[in-house]
Write a protein that binds this ligand. Structure first.
Ligand code: 13P
Length: 332
Protein backbone atom coordinates (compact mmCIF):
# COMPACT_ATOMS: atom_id res chain seq x y z
CA UNK A 1 0.00 0.00 0.00
CA UNK A 2 1.42 3.33 -1.06
CA UNK A 3 0.65 6.81 0.21
CA UNK A 4 -1.10 7.41 -3.12
CA UNK A 5 -3.59 4.64 -2.34
CA UNK A 6 -4.33 6.14 1.08
CA UNK A 7 -4.90 9.53 -0.56
CA UNK A 8 -7.16 7.94 -3.20
CA UNK A 9 -9.29 6.19 -0.58
CA UNK A 10 -9.58 9.32 1.58
CA UNK A 11 -10.69 11.33 -1.45
CA UNK A 12 -13.14 8.63 -2.57
CA UNK A 13 -14.79 8.77 0.86
CA UNK A 14 -15.52 12.47 0.36
CA UNK A 15 -16.27 12.32 -3.37
CA UNK A 16 -18.74 15.01 -4.45
CA UNK A 17 -22.14 14.68 -2.79
CA UNK A 18 -21.24 11.50 -0.93
CA UNK A 19 -20.85 10.81 2.77
CA UNK A 20 -20.38 7.97 5.21
CA UNK A 21 -22.84 5.74 7.05
CA UNK A 22 -21.65 5.10 10.62
CA UNK A 23 -23.08 1.66 11.43
CA UNK A 24 -20.41 0.69 13.95
CA UNK A 25 -22.54 0.64 17.08
CA UNK A 26 -21.01 -1.64 19.70
CA UNK A 27 -23.21 -4.45 21.04
CA UNK A 28 -24.39 -2.40 24.08
CA UNK A 29 -25.20 0.62 21.84
CA UNK A 30 -27.14 -1.33 19.19
CA UNK A 31 -29.05 -3.01 22.04
CA UNK A 32 -30.18 0.47 23.17
CA UNK A 33 -31.31 1.27 19.60
CA UNK A 34 -33.17 -2.04 19.34
CA UNK A 35 -34.77 -1.51 22.77
CA UNK A 36 -36.36 1.66 21.33
CA UNK A 37 -38.22 -0.44 18.70
CA UNK A 38 -38.78 -3.29 21.18
CA UNK A 39 -36.82 -5.94 19.36
CA UNK A 40 -34.24 -8.24 20.86
CA UNK A 41 -30.59 -7.60 20.05
CA UNK A 42 -29.69 -11.04 18.70
CA UNK A 43 -26.86 -11.69 16.26
CA UNK A 44 -29.44 -12.50 13.59
CA UNK A 45 -31.46 -9.30 14.14
CA UNK A 46 -28.31 -7.19 14.04
CA UNK A 47 -27.28 -8.91 10.81
CA UNK A 48 -30.69 -8.48 9.18
CA UNK A 49 -30.93 -4.84 10.18
CA UNK A 50 -27.52 -3.98 8.80
CA UNK A 51 -28.12 -6.09 5.69
CA UNK A 52 -31.27 -4.02 5.08
CA UNK A 53 -29.25 -0.78 5.17
CA UNK A 54 -26.35 -2.08 3.07
CA UNK A 55 -28.66 -3.59 0.41
CA UNK A 56 -30.73 -0.44 -0.10
CA UNK A 57 -31.00 0.03 -3.86
CA UNK A 58 -29.14 3.17 -5.07
CA UNK A 59 -27.57 3.88 -1.65
CA UNK A 60 -24.15 3.91 -3.34
CA UNK A 61 -25.12 7.11 -5.16
CA UNK A 62 -25.13 8.98 -1.85
CA UNK A 63 -23.04 6.84 0.51
CA UNK A 64 -19.30 6.45 -0.12
CA UNK A 65 -18.40 4.23 2.83
CA UNK A 66 -19.84 2.39 5.81
CA UNK A 67 -18.16 2.00 9.20
CA UNK A 68 -18.71 -1.47 10.64
CA UNK A 69 -18.33 -3.08 14.04
CA UNK A 70 -16.11 -6.13 14.56
CA UNK A 71 -19.08 -8.52 14.49
CA UNK A 72 -20.47 -7.10 11.23
CA UNK A 73 -17.27 -7.25 9.19
CA UNK A 74 -17.21 -11.02 9.82
CA UNK A 75 -20.95 -11.60 9.16
CA UNK A 76 -22.77 -12.99 6.15
CA UNK A 77 -26.35 -12.17 5.20
CA UNK A 78 -29.11 -14.79 5.36
CA UNK A 79 -28.42 -15.60 1.67
CA UNK A 80 -24.79 -16.44 2.53
CA UNK A 81 -23.20 -13.32 0.96
CA UNK A 82 -20.66 -11.60 3.23
CA UNK A 83 -21.95 -8.18 4.29
CA UNK A 84 -18.61 -6.71 3.18
CA UNK A 85 -19.24 -8.11 -0.33
CA UNK A 86 -22.72 -6.57 -0.36
CA UNK A 87 -21.20 -3.17 0.37
CA UNK A 88 -18.53 -3.60 -2.28
CA UNK A 89 -21.08 -4.53 -4.93
CA UNK A 90 -23.08 -1.42 -4.02
CA UNK A 91 -19.95 0.70 -4.56
CA UNK A 92 -19.67 1.43 -0.82
CA UNK A 93 -16.21 1.22 0.78
CA UNK A 94 -16.11 -0.95 3.93
CA UNK A 95 -14.54 0.58 7.05
CA UNK A 96 -14.13 -0.54 10.64
CA UNK A 97 -14.20 0.98 14.12
CA UNK A 98 -10.96 -0.10 15.78
CA UNK A 99 -10.99 1.57 19.20
CA UNK A 100 -11.96 -0.46 22.28
CA UNK A 101 -14.11 2.25 23.81
CA UNK A 102 -13.80 5.25 26.14
CA UNK A 103 -12.63 4.16 29.62
CA UNK A 104 -12.41 6.22 32.85
CA UNK A 105 -9.33 8.47 32.86
CA UNK A 106 -7.30 7.88 36.03
CA UNK A 107 -7.53 10.73 38.52
CA UNK A 108 -10.17 12.58 36.47
CA UNK A 109 -13.70 11.62 37.53
CA UNK A 110 -16.23 12.05 34.73
CA UNK A 111 -13.61 11.98 31.97
CA UNK A 112 -12.45 9.23 29.65
CA UNK A 113 -9.55 8.18 27.50
CA UNK A 114 -10.13 5.85 24.57
CA UNK A 115 -8.30 2.53 24.75
CA UNK A 116 -7.26 -0.01 22.13
CA UNK A 117 -3.66 0.71 21.10
CA UNK A 118 -2.24 -2.53 22.53
CA UNK A 119 -2.34 -5.19 19.83
CA UNK A 120 -3.79 -2.74 17.33
CA UNK A 121 -1.19 -3.48 14.61
CA UNK A 122 -2.30 -7.14 14.44
CA UNK A 123 -6.01 -6.24 14.50
CA UNK A 124 -5.51 -3.76 11.65
CA UNK A 125 -3.80 -6.44 9.52
CA UNK A 126 -6.75 -8.74 10.18
CA UNK A 127 -9.30 -6.07 9.24
CA UNK A 128 -7.41 -5.24 6.03
CA UNK A 129 -7.61 -8.95 5.07
CA UNK A 130 -11.36 -8.89 5.79
CA UNK A 131 -11.78 -6.05 3.27
CA UNK A 132 -11.65 -2.86 5.35
CA UNK A 133 -10.06 0.12 3.62
CA UNK A 134 -10.57 2.71 6.32
CA UNK A 135 -10.90 2.87 10.09
CA UNK A 136 -12.32 4.99 12.88
CA UNK A 137 -11.26 5.84 16.45
CA UNK A 138 -13.35 8.07 18.71
CA UNK A 139 -12.08 10.20 21.59
CA UNK A 140 -14.71 11.74 23.88
CA UNK A 141 -14.67 15.08 25.69
CA UNK A 142 -17.29 16.38 28.13
CA UNK A 143 -17.83 20.08 28.76
CA UNK A 144 -18.35 20.83 32.46
CA UNK A 145 -16.79 22.34 35.58
CA UNK A 146 -13.02 22.33 34.79
CA UNK A 147 -13.70 19.89 31.94
CA UNK A 148 -12.26 18.86 29.63
CA UNK A 149 -9.02 18.77 31.60
CA UNK A 150 -5.60 19.14 29.98
CA UNK A 151 -5.05 15.49 30.90
CA UNK A 152 -8.12 14.40 28.92
CA UNK A 153 -7.25 16.57 25.92
CA UNK A 154 -3.63 15.44 25.66
CA UNK A 155 -4.26 11.74 26.41
CA UNK A 156 -6.97 11.46 23.76
CA UNK A 157 -5.02 13.43 21.16
CA UNK A 158 -1.98 11.21 21.72
CA UNK A 159 -4.06 8.04 21.34
CA UNK A 160 -5.77 9.36 18.19
CA UNK A 161 -2.39 10.13 16.61
CA UNK A 162 -0.83 6.77 17.55
CA UNK A 163 -3.90 5.04 16.10
CA UNK A 164 -3.79 7.10 12.90
CA UNK A 165 -0.11 6.29 12.30
CA UNK A 166 -0.74 2.55 12.80
CA UNK A 167 -3.78 2.61 10.50
CA UNK A 168 -1.77 4.24 7.72
CA UNK A 169 1.07 1.75 8.21
CA UNK A 170 -1.53 -0.99 7.54
CA UNK A 171 -2.73 0.84 4.41
CA UNK A 172 -6.01 1.92 6.02
CA UNK A 173 -7.27 5.51 6.01
CA UNK A 174 -7.75 6.75 9.58
CA UNK A 175 -10.86 8.73 10.45
CA UNK A 176 -9.83 10.74 13.47
CA UNK A 177 -12.89 11.40 15.64
CA UNK A 178 -12.57 13.77 18.58
CA UNK A 179 -16.15 14.25 19.84
CA UNK A 180 -16.96 17.14 22.16
CA UNK A 181 -20.30 15.97 23.54
CA UNK A 182 -23.41 18.15 23.28
CA UNK A 183 -24.61 16.91 26.70
CA UNK A 184 -24.95 19.72 29.24
CA UNK A 185 -26.20 23.26 29.60
CA UNK A 186 -23.05 24.99 28.25
CA UNK A 187 -23.30 27.77 25.69
CA UNK A 188 -22.21 27.65 22.06
CA UNK A 189 -19.27 29.89 23.12
CA UNK A 190 -18.05 27.14 25.44
CA UNK A 191 -18.44 24.55 22.69
CA UNK A 192 -16.46 26.67 20.24
CA UNK A 193 -13.65 27.31 22.72
CA UNK A 194 -13.34 23.65 23.73
CA UNK A 195 -13.62 22.32 20.16
CA UNK A 196 -10.87 24.70 19.04
CA UNK A 197 -8.55 23.60 21.83
CA UNK A 198 -9.26 19.91 21.21
CA UNK A 199 -8.68 20.14 17.45
CA UNK A 200 -5.48 22.13 17.90
CA UNK A 201 -4.09 19.46 20.20
CA UNK A 202 -5.18 16.65 17.85
CA UNK A 203 -3.39 18.21 14.83
CA UNK A 204 -0.32 18.91 16.94
CA UNK A 205 -0.12 15.21 17.89
CA UNK A 206 -0.83 14.05 14.33
CA UNK A 207 2.16 16.15 13.22
CA UNK A 208 4.39 14.65 15.93
CA UNK A 209 3.43 11.11 14.81
CA UNK A 210 4.01 12.12 11.16
CA UNK A 211 0.55 11.14 10.01
CA UNK A 212 -0.03 11.80 6.30
CA UNK A 213 -2.85 14.35 6.49
CA UNK A 214 -3.75 13.89 2.81
CA UNK A 215 -4.55 10.25 3.58
CA UNK A 216 -6.75 10.94 6.63
CA UNK A 217 -10.17 12.38 7.44
CA UNK A 218 -11.48 14.30 10.45
CA UNK A 219 -14.81 13.43 12.10
CA UNK A 220 -15.64 16.24 14.53
CA UNK A 221 -18.69 17.52 16.35
CA UNK A 222 -20.30 20.68 15.04
CA UNK A 223 -20.05 23.84 17.18
CA UNK A 224 -23.52 23.91 18.77
CA UNK A 225 -25.23 24.90 22.02
CA UNK A 226 -25.30 22.32 24.82
CA UNK A 227 -28.55 20.38 24.57
CA UNK A 228 -29.81 21.75 27.91
CA UNK A 229 -28.69 25.33 27.22
CA UNK A 230 -31.75 27.62 27.44
CA UNK A 231 -30.54 29.64 24.45
CA UNK A 232 -30.14 27.48 21.37
CA UNK A 233 -28.06 28.96 18.54
CA UNK A 234 -29.75 28.96 15.13
CA UNK A 235 -28.63 27.21 11.96
CA UNK A 236 -26.70 30.17 10.50
CA UNK A 237 -24.75 30.72 13.72
CA UNK A 238 -23.86 27.03 14.04
CA UNK A 239 -22.63 26.99 10.43
CA UNK A 240 -20.53 30.15 10.78
CA UNK A 241 -18.95 29.19 14.09
CA UNK A 242 -18.23 25.62 13.03
CA UNK A 243 -16.50 26.72 9.83
CA UNK A 244 -14.56 29.43 11.68
CA UNK A 245 -13.36 26.92 14.27
CA UNK A 246 -12.34 24.38 11.60
CA UNK A 247 -10.51 27.02 9.53
CA UNK A 248 -8.48 27.95 12.60
CA UNK A 249 -7.45 24.39 13.40
CA UNK A 250 -7.65 21.91 10.51
CA UNK A 251 -4.85 22.03 7.91
CA UNK A 252 -5.92 22.45 4.28
CA UNK A 253 -4.01 19.24 3.46
CA UNK A 254 -6.87 17.24 5.03
CA UNK A 255 -9.14 16.22 2.12
CA UNK A 256 -12.38 16.09 4.05
CA UNK A 257 -14.24 16.65 7.26
CA UNK A 258 -17.16 14.30 7.92
CA UNK A 259 -19.31 15.34 10.84
CA UNK A 260 -20.90 13.09 13.45
CA UNK A 261 -24.53 13.87 14.27
CA UNK A 262 -24.04 13.48 18.04
CA UNK A 263 -27.72 13.45 19.02
CA UNK A 264 -28.96 16.32 16.82
CA UNK A 265 -32.33 15.69 15.15
CA UNK A 266 -32.14 14.25 11.62
CA UNK A 267 -33.41 17.48 10.14
CA UNK A 268 -31.00 19.79 12.03
CA UNK A 269 -28.00 17.61 11.20
CA UNK A 270 -28.89 18.03 7.52
CA UNK A 271 -29.65 21.77 7.74
CA UNK A 272 -26.41 22.54 9.59
CA UNK A 273 -24.29 20.71 7.00
CA UNK A 274 -26.15 22.38 4.15
CA UNK A 275 -25.70 25.85 5.67
CA UNK A 276 -21.93 25.31 6.02
CA UNK A 277 -21.62 24.24 2.40
CA UNK A 278 -23.53 27.34 1.33
CA UNK A 279 -20.85 29.57 2.90
CA UNK A 280 -18.65 29.37 -0.21
CA UNK A 281 -15.20 28.02 -1.01
CA UNK A 282 -13.66 25.93 1.78
CA UNK A 283 -10.22 24.28 2.03
CA UNK A 284 -11.69 20.77 2.52
CA UNK A 285 -14.84 18.86 1.59
CA UNK A 286 -17.48 19.07 4.31
CA UNK A 287 -19.69 15.99 4.48
CA UNK A 288 -21.30 13.56 6.91
CA UNK A 289 -20.50 10.37 8.78
CA UNK A 290 -23.78 10.12 10.61
CA UNK A 291 -25.01 7.28 12.76
CA UNK A 292 -28.27 8.28 14.40
CA UNK A 293 -29.19 11.01 11.88
CA UNK A 294 -29.10 8.41 9.07
CA UNK A 295 -30.49 5.46 10.99
CA UNK A 296 -33.23 6.72 13.32
CA UNK A 297 -35.86 6.84 10.54
CA UNK A 298 -35.07 3.47 8.89
CA UNK A 299 -34.78 1.77 12.29
CA UNK A 300 -38.29 2.91 13.16
CA UNK A 301 -39.75 2.10 9.73
CA UNK A 302 -38.23 -1.42 9.80
CA UNK A 303 -39.08 -2.17 13.45
CA UNK A 304 -37.63 -5.66 13.17
CA UNK A 305 -40.24 -6.91 10.69
CA UNK A 306 -39.10 -8.54 7.44
CA UNK A 307 -42.30 -7.22 5.85
CA UNK A 308 -41.08 -3.65 6.49
CA UNK A 309 -37.79 -4.10 4.60
CA UNK A 310 -38.76 -1.83 1.71
CA UNK A 311 -40.13 0.84 4.07
CA UNK A 312 -36.90 0.77 6.07
CA UNK A 313 -34.81 1.08 2.92
CA UNK A 314 -36.96 3.94 1.61
CA UNK A 315 -36.51 5.82 4.90
CA UNK A 316 -32.75 5.26 4.77
CA UNK A 317 -32.52 6.40 1.15
CA UNK A 318 -34.45 9.55 1.96
CA UNK A 319 -32.00 10.56 4.72
CA UNK A 320 -29.00 9.59 2.57
CA UNK A 321 -30.31 11.70 -0.31
CA UNK A 322 -31.03 14.74 1.90
CA UNK A 323 -27.55 14.63 3.44
CA UNK A 324 -25.97 14.12 0.04
CA UNK A 325 -27.63 17.35 -1.09
CA UNK A 326 -26.43 19.06 2.10
CA UNK A 327 -22.86 17.93 1.35
CA UNK A 328 -22.94 20.18 -1.73
CA UNK A 329 -25.07 22.92 -0.18
CA UNK A 330 -28.03 22.15 -2.42
CA UNK A 331 -30.54 20.90 0.15
CA UNK A 332 -33.86 22.63 -0.50
P1 13P B 1 -23.80 9.80 15.55
O1 13P B 1 -23.94 10.42 14.20
O2 13P B 1 -25.04 9.07 16.00
O3 13P B 1 -23.23 10.73 16.57
O4 13P B 1 -22.76 8.62 15.39
C1 13P B 1 -21.59 8.84 14.71
C2 13P B 1 -20.51 8.04 15.28
O5 13P B 1 -19.87 7.27 14.59
C3 13P B 1 -20.18 8.20 16.70
O6 13P B 1 -18.96 7.59 16.98
Amino acid sequence: MTSAQLVDTANALVADSKGILAADESSPTIKKRFDSIKIESTEENRRDYRDMLFSTPDAGQFISGAILYDETIRQSAADGTALVKKLESAGIIPGIKVDMGAKPLAGHPGETVTEGLDGLRARLEDYAKLGARFTKWRGVYTIGEAMPSAACITANAHALARYAALAQEAGLVPIVEPEVLMDGSHSIDDCEEVTEEVLRSVYNELAIQEVLLEGSLLKPNMVISGQDCPEQAGVAEVAERTVRCLKRTVPAAVPGIVFLSGGQSDELATEHLDAMNKLGELPWKLSFSYGRALQAAPLKAWSGQAANLAAGQAAFLERAKANSAAATGTYA
